[in-house]
Design a binder for this molecule. Structure first.
Ligand SMILES: NC(=O)c1ccc[n+]([C@@H]2O[C@H](COP(=O)([O-])OP(=O)(O)OC[C@H]3O[C@@H](n4cnc5c(N)ncnc54)[C@H](OP(=O)(O)O)[C@@H]3O)[C@@H](O)[C@H]2O)c1
Length: 432
């Protein structure tokens, strides 16, 4: 039998216990797992799962050093005490399973170095994409490929909000309030809507795919709170849908150590596979050589889906312990460690096409002046459409060709100085 110490008894931990307590029809290894202790904050809280009160403890330290426990499953969330408990568990020789993207994105290097030193595994399948298997495929099934890009919709809350805005023509704040009522968005939604959660996840995926450490603060992130129903409508008319994308792209051939790494709202062509990802679902599109494109799609969060990933990680460890016994040499496919930091390309150097919405005074020559400002920075324009005209003001939508962001921003600054320009409400990058 293999003993598990569970840290936390919230959404994902409850789903994990539900799988472990109902092994019929699942992998037989599940019947060999025993949950010995569960660490919680409150002993009085009413739980949605029936279990012996004796399993619960508020002394989480005692779990991570318990000599009988083989695997510590960290499902607390947040940075502390999660990070310290993971490190303590490793130092006590425990294998660790966690779904904590915030901790892994920031402390992966420290945690993996400790795990290597102790010869234990730290598996993180639940940390990205909830129930979607993406970590193990990147480490193993796609391991023969040179990964070129990873583009993901990795935050269900923002995808739900953008989908609702698109379906019902509603504005951001209205949809956010509804998402909070339905439990799809947190009371404090900033980690989701500001793109921070997606940035944690792309940092993890990029590190696995491009073979280097990523400094979390190097991930550029922009959220969706400035996206309006108007932009969603104009984007649709131009053949696009707006998604919050997390993008990691290697610049193989130029400088293989340079990575583009960013999270931002993006106009996605309606024909692109990510354009059809609706609601709370997640999808990760991986492009590799020689494979080409492969897309992973499914429920990116939730109790059952995330627990599915967590339990499969526990199973992987149990399978190895069973075949090699404890103290087994680390399987390099499950425990890849890196030596160096990836160089991240500054956002100003990244080439994109841009969608820009401008409000101008309806004056002769205004469009020519705008064109000159862009031309002076070598920004060429794909299309310029006057969408509406009211009260002497015109609304223009411009889509540029690919251009370095720094040049585009400089051109936009000179456009902003033009007397005819009243406002530039939106600038959104466009996926090629
Ligand atoms: N929810 C999802 O859909 C999802 C998807 C993917 C990944 N994840 C990740 O999975 C992890 C768990 O998420 P969750 O949604 O299950 O969280 P949750 O529902 O908020 O549950 C957290 C649990 O941890 C316990 N806890 C938190 N801080 C503690 C502390 N200082 N001392 C003792 N116990 C503490 C809480 O105890 P009490 O019950 O006593 O308050 C609670 O049982 C997070 O890292 C999250 O990012 C979640």
């Amino acid at each position: 039998m293999y003993y598990i110490g569970l840290l936390g008894l919230g959404t994902v931990a409850t789903g994990t216990l539900e799988i472990l307590s109902d092994p019929s029809g699942r992998n037989p290894l599940i019947s060999e797992m025993i949950v010995k202790k569960i660490g919680v904050r409150s002993l009085e809280k009413t739980r949605t799962i029936q279990l012996s009160q004796e399993l619960l403890t508020q002394d989480l330290d005692s779990i991570v050093i318990d000599p009988q426990i083989d695997i510590v499953v960290e499902l607390l969330g947040g940075l502390e005490p999660a990070r310290s408990l993971i490190l303590k568990a490793i130092n006590a020789g425990k294998h660790v399973v966690t779904a904590n993207k915030a901790v892994i994105a920031r402390y992966r290097e420290e945690i993996y170095a400790a795990a290597q030193a102790k010869g234990v595994y730290v598996l993180i399948e639940g940390a990205v994409g909830g129930g979607i298997p993406i970590i193990k495929p990147l480490k193993q099934s796609l391991g023969s490929n040179r990964i070129q890009s990873i583009i993901g919709i990795v935050n269900g809350t923002t995808n739900y909000i953008l989908s609702q805005m698109s379906d019902f023509g509603a504005d951001f704040s209205e949809v956010l309030a509804r998402a909070q009522q339905l439990g799809y968005a947190e009371a404090d939604p900033s980690s989701d809507v500001d793109g921070l959660d997606a940035a944690d996840k792309i940092a993890i995926l990029a590190s696995l795919s491009f073979g280097g450490h990523i400094k979390r603060e190097d991930v550029y992130s922009e959220g969706i709170s400035n996206i309006t129903a108007t932009d969603i409508d104009y984007a649709r008319r131009l053949g696009y849908t707006i998604k919050l994308l997390a993008i990691a792209r290697g610049n193989a051939g130029e400088d293989s150590d340079h990575l583009e790494l960013r999270v931002h709202p993006t106009l996605v062509p309606q024909s692109h596979p990510l354009a059809s990802i609706h609601g709370v679902n997640n999808a990760v599109l991986v492009e590799g050589d020689p494979l080409g494109r492969v897309m992973f799609y499914g429920p990116g969060a939730g109790s059952g889906p995330t627990a599915s990933a967590v339990v499969s990680d526990i199973m992987n460890i149990v399978a190895i312990l069973k075949s090699h016994g404890t103290g087994a040499t680390l399987d390099p496919l499950l425990s890849r460690a890196h030596q160096h930091y990836c160089q991240i390309t500054p956002i100003e150097e990244i080439k994109s096409s841009f969608y820009t919405r401008l409000i101008t005074l309806d004056r002769p020559g205004a469009i020519g002046q705008i064109g000159t400002c862009f031309g002076e920075q070598n920004v060429s324009l794909q299309s310029l459409v006057q969408i509406g005209l009211k009260a002497g003001q015109a609304e223009l939508v411009i889509v540029s060709h690919d251009v370095k962001e720094g040049l585009f921003r400089r051109a936009l600054e000179s456009v902003r100085q033009l007397e005819a320009i009243k406002d530039i409400p939106s600038v959104i990058r466009v996926l090629a």
